[in-house]
Design a protein around this ligand. Structure first.
Ligand SMILES: [Zn+2]
Length: 225
């Protein structure tokens, strides 16, 4: 895969680093372009460069986990580090916006970059099912990228599959384990703006609530140490 990395560190967009890596045996592969902007938080220049490398490595892997005929995920990813921003990060289309303060306080948190990169590759139209959009992003993060990270067990009194993030991720992981291929199926449907819970019933023969009940009774809901 050809690969271009631009690191924007100054207000005049200088210096700009461009790295190109040609693999002539795969000329048809689209070029992946990663633009990192740390101009607001120059002390995160190095962290920003590491995040670009992470994206370079994981963009093709995540694209393979969420495939679809005729679909090419965005081949340009922008990452902007913000000086004054609450929260952690968010993604709008192919632009990931990350809080500089969060990174300074949690420099080990590279997993959130993966979570946001999943959103870029999902490229879902608006109005997708929140719990699956966030659940799949955290599923890829916690089960593919950082399978060693501890996860708290599910408390069914207080948690639901609709919660999104880690809760839904654990349910999604169990769904995929018990019904291999279901994540790809769900992903395709959300991309086509056609997803409804009935898809899960058609695929598994059970509705989501029944499956959730089975999941919370299973060992897989007990967390990971
Ligand atoms: Zn998210």
């Amino acid at each position: 895969m050809r690969y271009v990395l631009l690191i924007l560190t100054g207000l005049l967009l200088s210096p700009v680093t461009t790295l190109a890596n040609d693999e002539p045996q795969k000329p048809a592969q689209p070029e992946l372009k990663i633009i990192v902007d740390t101009s607001e938080v120059p002390e995160l220049k190095e962290w920003g460069e590491k995040s670009a490398e992470l994206i370079r490595q994981w963009h093709p892997k995540i694209a393979e986990m969420l495939p679809q005929e005729g679909f090419t995920p965005p081949q340009e990813v922008r990452v902007v580090y913000k000086k004054d921003m609450d929260g952690v990060a968010h993604t709008i289309r192919n632009q990931i916006v990350i809080s500089g303060n969060w990174v300074k306080q949690h420099p080990e948190d590279t997993g959130m970059v993966i979570h946001e990169l999943v959103h870029v590759i999902q490229a879902y139209p608006r109005g997708g099912p929140f719990w699956l959009v966030e659940g799949i992003a955290d599923y890829i993060r916690f089960y593919k990228y950082e399978p060693q990270t501890r996860l708290r067990g599910i408390n069914p009194e207080r948690q639901s599959y609709r919660d999104g993030y880690r809760t839904s991720a654990q349910f999604v992981a169990w769904l995929e384990k018990t019904h291999p291929g279901i994540v790809q199926k769900i992903n395709e449907a959300i991309r086509k703006h056609e997803y409804q819970n009935v898809l899960i019933r058609e695929t598994t023969g059970k509705n989501v609530e029944q499956l959730w009940d089975e999941f919370v009774k299973s060992e897989d809901s007990k967390g990971r140490r």
